[in-house]
Design a binder for this molecule. Structure first.
Ligand code: NAD
Length: 236
């Protein structure tokens, strides 16, 4: 089995993925762009390789993938998780904010997959999971650039599933609902409570619950699953 490359692994859903793959005994590397202390602590805890790489920087992403390949061996599993969010009215979002959102959320995934793909094409085997969002499917008020970037990731994932399927490479998305991570720290407790109330399972999700779905999609148990969007939303 090859190695795993996870973007944005220092905290939240990405860190839960790093832990889940470590528990599954998979050699893994993860990127981070800030909070080196957190990344190093997670690397020490899990044995995973922490690599500083901003998803918005093509050279940094390519260099991180190269280092992971040289340290851990050929990459056959990629989790594109790194992402940013911002709450703003549509008419107040500047061009720069649109471009930053797309550069990190969409192009970060594009760069990561493009850099890791030669290993998977060589082995004619691999699994890619892209972390989208339920807001990418439903749309989101005051987060149009975020929702658009997440909808684009679904299009990317479905297109790559078609293009790479004949090479034995599966590509799927997870679309988390409201998950208890730093990303939602911008919301007050009352907003989180009302989102929990709207959720049929009547609670906010945990990062490890998303990571378990990602682990499933990357595993042999999902060997005939590709081009899918798996909602991890508590039924939202
Ligand atoms: P988080 O803010 O805790 O984590 C985001 C991760 O992305 C961090 O590890 C951060 O270092 C990394 N990151 C951010 N910008 C980066 C950059 N430029 N380069 C490299 N890494 C970068 O949030 P999270 O909830 O764990 O988010 C993980 C993914 O899940 C994101 O793509 C997010 O859009 C998606 N998601 C989250 C929720 C939720 O409710 N938390 C819901 C749906 C989708």
């Amino acid at each position: 089995m090859g190695s795993v490359f996870i973007t944005g692994g220092s905290r939240g859903i990405g860190a839960a993925c790093v832990r889940a793959f470590a528990e599954a005994g998979r050699p893994a590397a993860f990127t981070y762009s800030a909070r080196r202390d957190k990344a190093e602590a997670l690397a020490a805890e899990t044995g995973a390789l922490a690599l500083c790489a901003d998803s918005a920087d093509r050279d940094a992403v390519e260099s991180a993938v190269k280092t992971a390949r040289e340290s851990l061996g050929a990459i056959d599993t990629v989790v594109c998780n790194a992402g940013i969010a911002q709450q703003k009215l549509f008419q107040d979002i500047t061009d720069d904010e649109w471009l930053t959102m797309l550069n990190v959320n969409l192009m970060g995934a594009v760069r990561t997959i493009r850099a890791a793909l030669p290993d998977m094409l060589h082995c004619q085997k691999g699994s890619i999971v892209i972390v989208s969002s339920m807001w990418g499917e439903r749309g989101a008020s005051c987060e149009s650039h975020y929702a658009a970037s997440k909808a684009a990731l679904i299009g990317l994932s479905k297109s790559l599933a078609l293009e790479l399927g004949p090479s034995g490479i599966r590509v799927n998305c997870v679309a988390p609902g409201v998950i208890d991570t730093d990303m939602n720290a911008m919301h007050g407790g009352d907003v989180m409570q009302s989102l929990a109330d709207e959720t049929p399972l009547e609670r906010i999700g945990r990062a490890d619950e998303v990571a378990d779905s990602i682990l499933y999609l990357c595993s042999e148990k999902a060997s005939f699953v590709t081009g899918q969007v798996l909602g991890v939303t508590g039924g939202f």
